[in-house]
Ligand binder design. Sequence first.
Ligand SMILES: [Ca+2]
Ligand SMILES: [Ca+2]
Ligand SMILES: [Ca+2]
Length: 524
Amino acid sequence: MRDKRQTKPKSNNKSESLDRWSIHRARPMLIVLIAFTIVVCCSLLLFQGTSAASGPSASEHTTAPSSMAVSAAPQATPTPTVVQFSQVSYQVTEDTVQTNITVTRTGPNTLPSTVDYVVNDGTATQKSDFTYASGFVLFLGGETSKTFPVLISDDAYAEGPETATLQLTGASGATVGTPSMATLEIIDNELIDGLINPIDDPRNFAAQHYHDLLNRDAIGSNDQAGLDFWTNQTAVCGSNSDCLTERRENVSAAFFLSVEFQNTGYFAFRFYRASFPDGTPRPRGLPRYLEFLRDTQQLGRGVVVGTPNWEAFLEQNKQGFALDWVDRTDFLAEYPTTMTRDEYIDKLFVRLGVTPTQQERNQAVSAWDALGSLKEKRARTIRAVVDTGGVYNAQYNPAFVLEQYFGYLRRNSDDAPDNNFSGYDFWLNKMNAFSQPGEDVRNDQVALARVKRAEMVKAFLASGEYRRRFGAGAPPPVGPSSIVSLKVGRAGSNQLARADTDSHQRRWLSKSESETLTGAKRGK
Ligand SMILES: [Ca+2]
Ligand SMILES: [Ca+2]
Ligand SMILES: [Ca+2]
């Protein structure tokens, strides 16, 4: 993400990104193609066998005795296309950086292949040591080696080497070979626990925001200018605590308000809200953390706002996302293909809690009525609905609150230590209370003003749970010393303070900090 005043040329591989969605969507076709090839090959082999039984062909007379023909037959079996990790173990030194994992393809490679990957917790955890990642690698014709990025975080804990688990989970146009599992070892960069929390370093604060909200590394995505800009926003404060408090909040909010997040994370959020009711898989119809990250990462792939062709990348990603979305089993269960245009549109708006204006409804109708397959109509229409001003404004507060938990705390809002939605509700009520009639949050300044009135970002940045991702949960060297000092209200203080003492969070507490908290509790 970069400031709007900045532009910087960046070379990027446009054709690959533009092809990616179509290849990904074409998976079923690839499977059919492969099956067809196998059937044809088997038929030819069978035919050869029949010929051999009735008499050797002329060529066999000149090349090999007929007894050899039988043993030669297996060689005609097509060599499979196989994808696998290039190594069983990768290494990276701890820092706020990106490391690239190589996947190789062997066998025939003229056709495209894709393979899904996921990066999970080992002894290293997605909360503190790396960014959970899930997606797919695309091999275009002729390609035999590709990489996917894993984002690494810096912490102040001396924990020795830790490992994340890498897995290839499914392929099209190929089979998954060995190794399909690998480890990523993160080499610690400190021998004793650091005294300074890395998140208090201006550059690291900005760099971690790229990871947490935009799912990309600033340097890894050639966005040095953006990183410098956001670093400078807080670096100029020096040790002025008032300045730091305000500017850290502004920088952090800016990542949420950015065109890039609004068109990836917030875009995906509205699809979930339009589609699913309150229920066990998704309480309150909210996306779950891991599925949201996967969707956001797919929407953002190749997109660096401000660089050449970023709009084309984004548009391609959004189209692909919407087409995939209307094919998802859980969406089809809510919106069967037997629905009429008007039933479909009405249900989307109702689920989103929005009464459309005539113009907004007309936009949805036009999206449906344009030429295309039923699937295309349904994909275009849900997109038109979630992009209306009414929906954008209606879903803004719940999305912003949820993203506090996803982005900063790296978990669902009802995961431990909350275990329920009371914290989420507290902040949503606060955001709603600070919203004014007629505000249009599509205007950045209006949105920022609301966020600042609610003091939510400030509270999450100062929370022990956020700070302990990177280092001691003790107060930052400057700035607000506790959530209570932020005057965010009793319920909010309690909610976030709970994270300080819950046993689920012991991993985030140093021994001395734990004692301090226990002592503090006893003392008060
Ligand atoms: Ca660590
Ligand atoms: Ca470190
Ligand atoms: Ca460390």
